[in-house]
Design a protein around this ligand. Structure first.
Ligand SMILES: Cc1ncc(COP(=O)(O)O)c(C=O)c1O
Length: 478
């Protein structure tokens, strides 16, 4: 049964003070959020259409739509194609945050499938177990007793020195050990940076690429930002990468981007956009948080250098060992603008007093011994083989589909016909024992007009499984 707009009239639920200093849009957003939080608007209740509410309140429809979009992104509202916007059931949520719906990529691979094209998962069976075990043994044998205490919250001086050299060499980064903070993967790195920016620079709105991480409902990075009180803005991505003019119009003071290989579209940020982004940051005194998650794997050309090298005072480079080694390693790094490195280190100290020193020394040992580079060379060949198998399989079984985003990493985008129902294709493929994932999970703001597409992760799919899997679903794709 459809629950209509609550018995209270919008006038009682939403108070707009036209003489106040706060913009009307912010007032509307805050009033609705508070009404949902304190239970005046209950889970499942249907909100009036943007047109009706705009008329009732005497504001523009666009303003109401923007406001609904933001609350959808934060998880306070839900909306399905063709049906009304409703209040989300926030009572079932843990603490005060939006509901936790992990991205499909976080599920363990489904072994009953011919192939599970999970996104963002490297080849877990290729983890260099022997090298890691050797490096941990070395680290354990060599570490001085004094270094087994609480150390520098920024991390082991040895690893920071080695990593800084590595990033200068392979990413053309402007890196020194003093600006580096070792984190628990990208996940913690971005959290530390956002906290530091909010505390030290008063940043209150952070932009995300769209498609990108997704909404606060589906992604922990956006959820973390919203939970720490930041407003999330979404900026579109086109064939050159993030649209910098839209970023400038968003009001955000910081932006999280994936310039080397946009996640999930695979677009490499064009040279013109790289410059525009840096210019935006300099002009607005804004900050760019560069998620450098899979830059190690570039096939056709040399990897483009890190954006951080262009503007080390405005860009935080956040890296991770999750793709090069495995997510289970949980090691990452933040290269911060020098004046903010201390604040990020302070956040790290408050968070966990520092990452495991033995693991850090093991990673430093892998890097200095050349075993890390050797592993990367081997994996580049493995992923290049899977990438070629995917391209061949599509050419053979589904030639009308033009795969994009293949310049780097281990994922590709397969556009579906405009009339296709992404969710139905995914469900039908699962019936045929093929795990597929849709691009809509990566959208910050649901967009019914956006073209349906699949994001096909091939990092953790054996080369021989690719052809039979694509053959099994080919007719669903065209
Ligand atoms: C876009 C993107 N950035 C970064 C990461 C890595 O996160 P972490 O280092 O926390 O494992 C992932 C993992 O899937 C990702 O998809």
């Amino acid at each position: 049964m459809a629950i209509e707009w609550s018995g209270l009239s919008p006038g009682l639920l939403v108070r707009l003070d036209r003489s106040g200093s706060q913009p009307l849009r912010a007032q509307l957003e805050v009033s609705l959020r508070e009404a949902i939080r304190d239970g005046r608007l209950r889970g499942g209740e249907r909100l009036p259409s943007s047109r009706e509410l705009a008329r009732e309140l005497g504001v523009s429809r666009g303003m109401v739509q923007e406001c609904y979009g933001q609350l959808l992104a934060e998880g306070y509202l839900t909306s399905r194609t063709g049906s009304a916007t409703r209040v989300a059931d926030i009572k079932k949520r843990p603490a005060a945050g939006p509901p936790v719906t992990p991205l499909p990529a976080r599920r363990p691979p489904d072994r009953a499938l011919i192939a599970d094209f999970q996104v963002g998962v490297p080849d877990l069976s290729s983890f260099p177990r022997a090298d890691w075990a050797w490096a941990v043994r070395q680290a354990c044998g060599e570490i001085a007793s004094a270094d087994l205490g609480y150390g520098d919250p920024r991390g082991s001086a040895v690893l920071r020195e080695v990593l800084a050299g590595y990033l200068r060499r392979v990413r053309a980064a402007d890196a020194g050990p003093g600006q580096m903070i070792i984190s628990t993967g990208f996940a913690q790195g971005v959290n530390l940076v956002l906290r530091a920016l909010s505390r030290e620079r008063g940043v209150s709105c952070v932009a995300f690429e769209d498609p990108g991480y997704g909404s606060a409902q589906s992604d922990e990075t956006v959820r973390a930002a919203v939970t720490m009180g930041l407003r999330a803005a979404y900026v579109p991505v086109d064939e050159e990468g993030v649209v910098v003019s839209a970023l400038a119009a968003s009001g955000a003071q910081a932006v999280v981007v994936t310039p080397a290989h946009q996640s999930p579209t695979g677009v490499v940020l064009s040279a013109a956009r790289r410059h525009a982004l840096v210019e935006w940051a300099r002009r607005e005194d804004g900050y760019v948080i560069e998620d450098d998650y899979d830059s190690e794997f570039r096939y056709d050309k040399e990897p483009v250098g890190a954006l951080q090298g262009l503007a080390p005072d405005q860009v935080f480079l956040v890296g991770t060992a999750s793709k090069a080694l495995a997510p289970a390693v949980r090691l990452g790094w933040v290269l911060a603008p020098s004046p903010l490195a201390g604040t990020v280190a302070g956040e790290k100290e408050m968070s966990d007093r520092g990452s495991c020193t033995l693991d850090q020394l093991a990673l430093a040992t892998l890097l200095t011994s050349g075993r890390y580079d050797r592993h990367l060379r081997r994996m580049r060949a493995v992923y290049a083989g899977r990438r070629a198998a995917l391209v061949d399989a599509f050419a053979r079984h589904s030639p009308s589909v033009r795969l994009t985003g293949l310049a780097a990493g281990f994922q590709a985008v397969a556009p579906l016909p405009a009339s296709a129902d992404e969710a139905a294709v995914i469900a039908a493929a699962r019936e045929r024992r093929v795990g597929l994932y849709g691009i809509s999970a990566y959208r910050g703001v649901p967009d019914v007009a956006a073209s349906p597409a699949l994001v096909i992760g091939f990092g953790n799919v054996g080369e021989r499984a690719i052809d039979p899997a694509i053959a099994a679903i080919a007719d669903l794709l065209s």
